[in-house]
Design a protein around this ligand. Sequence first.
Ligand SMILES: [Zn+2]
Length: 182
Amino acid sequence: MQSHRRVLLLNASYEALNIVSAPKALALVWRRVAEVLENDPGETIRSLRYTFQVPSVIRLTHYVDVRSRQNRTTSRLRILVRDKYRCQYCGKKGTAFDLTLDHIMPKSKGGRTTAENLVAACMPCNNRKADRTPDEARMPLLANPAALYFGLRQAAFHHAAEERPEWKKYLFLEDAYLERTA
Ligand SMILES: [Zn+2]
């Protein structure tokens, strides 16, 4: 079974949760953990005996509270994309090679390695801030951490949806849902 197509995974509440591989999505549907909302037109996966239609959007049959788990997602690239490759202290544009990740609340002061406590920072700003909070260093952030965390998920989903128009209605629905509950 091989397919590198991606599948949008929604919670039972229709909130976008993740982007998973087609084989993983099929396994979830097979185990009845998830149901298919949209199929990927023309995409199939063959096993020895069967041909499966590849889903495009699936939805968990039972609500899963993943908020605490998602907070631990700290992929460097996703944070750089979220921050649009800009140092979040001075605003200077950088690349994946010269930008660092800075702990907003330093680890030495109990700051955790979570997406909302990490920002893109250029080397000079990271060195200058050192082991201090933004307040102590008098280096205010360009965006507040809650906005940064919200942006992290949105950036990833919207980037993926550029190639998958059938995902958009679910992602817009998520925007509306989050605005209502914000
Ligand atoms: Zn900077």
